[in-house]
Design a protein around this ligand. Sequence first.
Ligand SMILES: [Zn+2]
Length: 69
Amino acid sequence: MSAQGSIFHVTCPTCGTSVPWNASAVWRPFCSERCRLLDLGAWFTEERSIPVAEHPADPDSVDADAERD
Ligand SMILES: [Zn+2]
């Protein structure tokens, strides 16, 4: 719509700061190295805290199914 529309901005996933997407924003889409590290840390913590999903198919029940057929 306007001339400024050509400047692409992204939102820092960590703090929500608007970050211009250009060569000077070396940590994009994060606003800074700190935010990048914080986000990675949160991601890893979240990943590790998610309980392992139950096995979709128990090997024993699969065997029983095969026998019954
Ligand atoms: Zn940030």
